[in-house]
Write a new protein. Sequence first.
Length: 328
Amino acid sequence: MKVHFSTEDGIVKAVDGLSFDVAKGKTLGIVGESGSGKSVTNLTILGLHDRARTAIDGEILLDGKELLTASERELERLRGNKMAMIFQDALASLSPYHTIGKQIGETYRKHTGASKKEARARAIEMLKRVGIPQPDVRVDDYPHQFSGGMRQRAMIAMALVCDPELLIADEPTTALDVTVQAQIMDLLKDLQQEFGTAIVFITHDLGVIADIADDVLVMYGGRCVERGTKQEVLRAPRHPYTLGLMNSMPSLDGPVDVPLSPIPGSPPSLLNPPSGCRFHPRCTFAEKVAGGLCATAQPVLEVVEGRGSACHLTPDQRLEFFAGSRHN
């Protein structure tokens, strides 16, 4: 899939060739820095992109149904029903003028035709399932009366109220403290087992990926640079960018005197991206590839049995170079 935006300055290649699938009951973690194309990917799946300014090439299938050719009316029937999203900022996503119960209930009524009484009962049931105490009382509270963690639980209740097949979670724990973050992650895993929902989890934090994902897709500059199972990617990264992300994170069980190694430079402009590998201006290994290939030729993402990376380094070079560069 490609997603390009028209601007006054030119074409922004927000997503420039991406392919993945998520099975029922599984979680795909998409990781990358801000501006890598993660959120654009998910907004496009939901049909929330600006159609007038967006050119999309490819296909998006939900249970065999093509979403890119679906009408806005068809997408409205699917959003909140067959597919749903949890946003990063629950306070900004919830209406301050309506109670939590009404907002959850309205979503349920819209897609099921339930009565107000039935919708209220369903809202109470969902609040209970996401661990909000006294749900029959809190159902009548407004968003500002909830803590940050409880608001995010309410958002999860709203997203799952119609038992969707696909749940997209866009950095849902970023604004929460570590303890609440862990509680939300455990809640999502428990609810996934209960509902069997496929989850696409967006984050910049590999620690979160290690906790919740089954499979991992690493994005950089609008492209996938590495993918595989969680164990494959985190134990034996194949792309220098993935290695850089891991080395920029503190290790809880490693030596305390080992300094962090931030990735040098800044993410690329998606308006005027670098030639060749988009990571090569920041890559400490690019000069080791013969013929300046990294700066001139775009590496091909070759995926075999779900595992692959887009890098010009040979397997032997990776073993040699990465062994001395791994900090975590």
